[in-house]
Design a protein around this ligand. Sequence first.
Ligand SMILES: Cc1ncc(COP(=O)(O)OP(=O)(O)O)c(N)n1
Ligand SMILES: Cc1nc(C(=O)O)sc1CCOP(=O)(O)O
Ligand SMILES: [Mg+2]
Length: 214
Amino acid sequence: MLVRESLQVYFIMGSNNCRGEPLQVVEQALKGGITMFQFREKGSGAKTGKEKHSLAIKLKQLCNHYGVPFIVNDDVDLAVDIGADGVHVGQDDEPLASVKQRCPKSFIIGVSATNSTEAVQAFQAGADYIGAGPVFPTSTKQDAKLPIGLAGLEEINRLTGETPVTAIGGIHTDNAADAIKAGADGVSVISAISQAESPQQAAQLLNKLTAKKR
Ligand SMILES: Cc1ncc(COP(=O)(O)OP(=O)(O)O)c(N)n1
Ligand SMILES: Cc1nc(C(=O)O)sc1CCOP(=O)(O)O
Ligand SMILES: [Mg+2]
C-alpha cells in the first residue's frame, strides 16, 4: 500500500494514553480499520528501557499480523533495532537528513510541521509524509503549539506538492471529515481512539468518515 493510502486513519498511542491494556486497545483499533500505527511511548509514567522495547516488539508483531505499518515516534535507535516500518520525528528531534542516513531505504519517515515554512522544508528535504498540526486544540500533548485550524491545514496541503499530509491534533469523529475536505490524506489521532468507550467502533467510524476515492 502507498504511504498516502496508509495515512487514512493513523492511530498514535503509548501505554499512558489508554484506559485498557495497550495490546488490547491496539488490537481493537486494528480490527476497526486503522491503516497506520505509531508507538509513542513518552510522558508521565511512560515505559523505558527493556519494558519499552518489549512492548514495542509485541505491538509491531500485532500490526504485522494485520498488515498495518508500525512506526516508532522519536526513537530512531529503537525503530532500527526492532525492524519497524518507519519512524516519526518532529522539529525538535533528530534532523531528517541524519535519520535518513541511519535508516533502511524502505523506512517510512514522517516529519511534523506546525506551519507552512516547516512543511515546505520537510517536503524539500524528502519526508515521506508530513504530520500537520495541531489543527484543533488538544489536551493530549502538553507542549503542542497553537492550533493552525483548517485554513492552516489547507495552506500546508497546497504548498507541499506530492508529499502526503496527515492532519493531527484534536481530531475526532465530529471533525475528521473536515480535515479531509481541507486536503489532508488522512487523520492522526490519539484520544479519539485510545479514550473511546469502544476503540474498535471509534476506528471503524473514523475509517468511514475519511474514506474517499483514491
Ligand atoms: C503523525 C504525527 N504528526 C506529528 C507528531 C508530533 O511529533 P513531535 O512534534 O515530535 O511531538 P511528539 O509526538 O514527539 O511529542 C507525531 N508524533 N505524529
Ligand atoms: C502527538 C501530537 N502531535 C501534535 C502536533 O500538533 O504535532 S498534536 C498531538 C496530540 C494528538 O492527540 P489527540 O488526537 O488526542 O488530540
Ligand atoms: Mg517528536
